[in-house]
Design a protein around this ligand. Structure first.
Ligand code: AMP
Ligand code: ZN
Length: 134
């Protein structure tokens, strides 16, 4: 298996997938452990680990495909919205180290994601922004 990577194996056709879209650069297929009906992954066929090592030119091409697939899912499914998620590193829940975008169709109102927000302290935020400003 190339790069010892399950998503490379899917891109190479060594492992089957439930394909939604394919072109020369990307493949989109159903997640086999879906959050919701139509949960789809968009991957580049080339192997990059995550957002930070994917070349910007490639990334631009991928995000345009994410838009295209999301628009298609929105019209093909009775969903009311969708999330686009992209995990980097085990701490962020990334389990497959081949960069991918999740498109998660959402049904009904008020669906969130499971981060818990707290009210921000403006003084703390000000100091933090000064510390990390680019
Ligand atoms: P992440 O947690 O962002 O790394 O997401 C990896 C996703 O890949 C998970 O949601 C898995 O359910 C999904 N996944 C793993 N193996 C396969 C596979 N062979 N076909 C489709 N989806 C897969
Ligand atoms: Zn790979």
């Amino acid at each position: 298996m190339k790069n010892n990577c399950v998503f490379c194996a899917i891109a190479d056709g060594e492992i089957p997938c439930f394909k939604v879209y394919e072109d020369d650069l990307v493949l989109a297929y159903l997640d086999i452990n879906p959050f919701t009906e139509g949960h789809t992954l968009v991957i580049p066929k080339a192997h990059y680990t995550g957002l930070l090592d994917t070349p910007p030119d490639v990334l631009k091409e991928i995000i345009v495909r994410v838009q295209k697939v999301a628009a298609h899912l929105k019209s093909a499914l009775p969903c009311d919205g969708f999330n686009v998620l992209q995990n980097n590193g085990a701490a962020a829940g990334q389990t497959v180290p081949h960069v991918h975008f999740h498109i998660v169709p959402r049904y009904g109102e008020g669906g969130g994601i499971s981060f818990k927000s707290g009210e921000g302290n403006m003084d703390v935020l000000k100091v933090l922004a000064e510390r990390i400003r680019m």
